[in-house]
Design a protein around this ligand. Sequence first.
Ligand SMILES: Nc1nc2c(c(=O)[nH]1)N[C@H]1C(S)=C(S)[C@@H](COP(=O)(O)O)O[C@H]1N2
Ligand SMILES: [Mo]
Length: 404
Amino acid sequence: MRETLERRVRDLTTDPGQPLRQHAYQSPLRDERLAAWLGASLGVLFSICFLTGLYSHLHQHPLSWLPVPARPAGLYRVTQGLHVAAGIASMPILLAKLWVVWPRFVSLPAVKNAAHLVERIGLFPLVAGGIFMVFSGIANIAQWYPWRFGFPAAHYWVAWIVAGALVAHVGAKGAIARRALARPSRRPRLGDGDGVLGAVAEGAHAGLSRRGFLGTVFGAAGVLTLTTVGQTVTPLSRAALLGARDPGVGPQGRPVNRSAANAGVLHSSTSADYRLIVEGKVRRPLSFDASQLERMARHTARLPISCVEGWSYSARWRGVRVRDLLAMAGAAPTATARVHSLEGGSPYSSSFLDHAQAHDGDTLLATHLDGMRLDLDHGYPLRLIGPGRPGVNQTKWVTRLVVE
Ligand SMILES: Nc1nc2c(c(=O)[nH]1)N[C@H]1C(S)=C(S)[C@@H](COP(=O)(O)O)O[C@H]1N2
Ligand SMILES: [Mo]
């Protein structure tokens, strides 16, 4: 029994007709140098994604001891643009890297020794996690949710797993990769060596060269970036053929993720009973109706909306300063606040203003967008807009400002 098994394994690895045979995967493109180039590029892209992702997480789950800056006003637009661009660009590079190293995953013996076993176990979170991060991020951009878990939480926690696995992987392979990159590239010549190497060298001549392969992969990443990044980099907007969103299309020429109808606020936002209430830790609770707010809306600011999904637009907003409302209500100078929407039961139905945000002169409860009364879908009668905040925190259909 045992003997037959061993024979089978031997046949699988040596019989030229079998897919697992040692040299079935001997493409000259599957070498250390190429794997190192692709790995290093992925390392850079994943690091950008991880750091900008943490920054975005911090905005959405604020820590009292680590406030995020309100300025520069466009900072989140840049970090989130980078996050999505790096994630999209990593897709072809990840595929290429997996293709190049694939023979290692299926090579036999499956486990050579304890160190090899540990390395192989560590590969699972890296490979499966990396694929999950890129796939779930891109699905989120397309607002396609073919799963049952909450996207932000899963994307966040798997990011830590991948980051840990990546550090371990760099520890295990960094030296090999550095050596492979430092070696001058050796172009296989025809008839170079003999046996398998010779065959490989001849094969290299017939097929795609390593440089050609890398050029194709990086070219694909470049094309994907160029055809999507225009969603947030305005001068490139005409090239954004693959962008999920056109930042110039929608009510008032601006895109909308969640409409008033989707949010269930069609009635409450247009009702004569609508009020903005300022309450919480205040000396004088305040209440305003829509026309009072419109008359009070004197301050204008040019600020971007930067969606986590990678699209953004900059617009001119007019509204009432939050800090003026805080002063009118007699809030403490140290006050922070939470802004609540008419929309209930959504993670985006309220958002937090830390001290810097609440007191920034451009943090507005806006009534106007580009000189026009806000469209219902943009948050009529009142929406929050503040500098340096993610789009998800720019709460629409605001009805309560609770001072904390
Ligand atoms: N109440 C509420 N406000 C919200 C949302 C929401 O779903 N509900 N979506 C947010 C998201 S994800 C973004 S990107 C911005 C988009 O603003 P816009 O639709 O006016 O372009 O609104 C934010 N404000
Ligand atoms: Mo968003």
